[in-house]
Ligand binder design. Structure first.
Ligand code: SF4
Length: 376
């Protein structure tokens, strides 16, 4: 049964909580703040709130908007983005966007259906409809057009988001339980990442006068870069391999032929976590169509030893997903956009596991711990 929708109005607090809302954007535009004119003397609360927003998101803490002064937070958000884009670090932008996704998802889970519908409409132009339908043992709360659904769902890891696995009726996809929050927060995350890719943003240079306000953030970035920065070298830790890599290595072990993309992925993974060309070559010697000369040439090319002399990066999760190489993701996969970040986070988790290692545990694990301690 489709319910009549009751229209609600989005408050200033909503705009601060959900800075992607049309109303928030209009407020910022009408305020006419210009980065070149903005100084901390004129707006004492905006700059600290913008830096706090970035700091919380990088550190994985949930940024809390100030309900007593929502105007400052509405204005702080575009400034936080300007700072973020001015830092020119892709992993920092990704980290910020992922933390925003989590923050927004948490907030949405406490909203009533009318509010959620209005947020979807204002933020993304989506026509979410409140429904309460029990079908095939599932309870559906909202429906959304297939077109809107496909703007975001294909980037999610698990198979349940595939359109083929969804209940669809008259051009509408039915959303179970809390799925609306994942979809909307995913759209907010995408908005930040897409904006970061725009030519104008890529060329953006932060005015010098703001740089002193970023000193603290720069220090935090330095501390966190071991986990998130794709450029930071890694060590080989057997137990930290992401599920996609384990699946590809299992395919090699069982003598299957791998696609070009799978071979490229395994090669870039190994070469980026400290393995040598010879190690990768030895691994591929197990595939049925192994040709030593050709394989060596390709691996050396990927390692940056010949050709362009640039080491190739490992493909990101969304690329692997589009090639059908993201298999059976686990809980940690939900937090990452890049398999090497999965790997780094897993290593961090391992460092926190209780020590000493009991006698009966594997020698391999002991070696890993020793190596990790040396590398801390
Ligand atoms: S989500 Fe990323 S890390 Fe996890 S299995 Fe898929 S591609 Fe690999």
């Amino acid at each position: 049964m489709v319910k009549m929708q009751k229209r609600v109005f989005l408050t200033k607090e909503d705009q601060a909580n959900y800075p992607f809302l049309k109303e928030a954007t209009n407020f910022v535009e009408n305020f006419g703040v210009n980065l070149r004119e903005l100084s901390i003397e004129d707006y004492p609360s905006i700059i600290p709130r913008a830096t706090q927003w970035i700091q919380d998101n990088i550190e994985g803490n949930m940024f809390t908007t100030n309900i007593k002064d929502p105007d400052s937070d509405i204005l702080a958000y575009p400034l936080a983005l300007a700072f973020l884009f001015g830092l020119k670090k892709e992993w920092v932008i990704n980290r910020f966007a992922t933390s925003e996704q989590k923050r927004i998802k948490t907030l949405l889970l406490n909203e009533n259906p009318e509010h959620i519908i209005e947020i979807a409409k204002s933020g993304f132009g989506w026509d979410l409809e409140s429904i309460n339908i029990n079908q095939e043992e599932a309870k559906f709360q909202f429906s959304i057009s297939v077109a809107n659904y496909l703007e975001i769902a294909p980037q999610f890891h698990s198979a349940e988001w595939k359109l083929i696995n969804r209940y669809v009726d008259k051009g509408k996809v039915y959303l179970r339980n809390l799925e609306y929050a994942r979809l909307l927060s995913g759209a907010a995350e995408n908005k930040i990442k897409k904006r970061a890719m725009e030519e104008e943003v890529r060329k953006f240079e932060l005015p010098e006068k703001f740089k002193p306000y970023l000193i603290n953030i720069t220090k935090i970035i330095e501390q966190k870069k071991d986990i998130y920065d794709e450029e930071t070298p890694l060590i080989w830790v057997e137990e930290a391999k992401p599920p996609c890599v384990i699946a590809m290595l299992n395919d090699i072990e069982s003598g299957k032929n791998l696609s070009h993309m799978a071979r490229f992925t395994i090669s870039t993974f190994m070469l980026n976590v400290g393995k040598k060309v010879e190690d990768v070559l030895e691994l591929f010697s197990r595939v049925p169509d192994f040709d030593e000369g050709k394989t060596r040439y390709q691996i050396e090319h990927i390692a940056g030893e010949i050709g362009s002399k640039q080491k190739y990066k490992m493909p990101k999760c969304d690329v692997l997903r589009s090639f059908g190489l993201c298999v059976g993701p686990d809980a940690l996969c939900e937090e990452v956009w890049y398999p090497l970040i999965y790997y780094r986070k897993k290593i961090e988790e391992m460092k926190k596991r209780p020590s000493p290692v009991p006698q009966e545990q594997s020698e391999e694990l002991k070696k890993v711990r020793k190596r990790l301690q040396k590398n801390v």
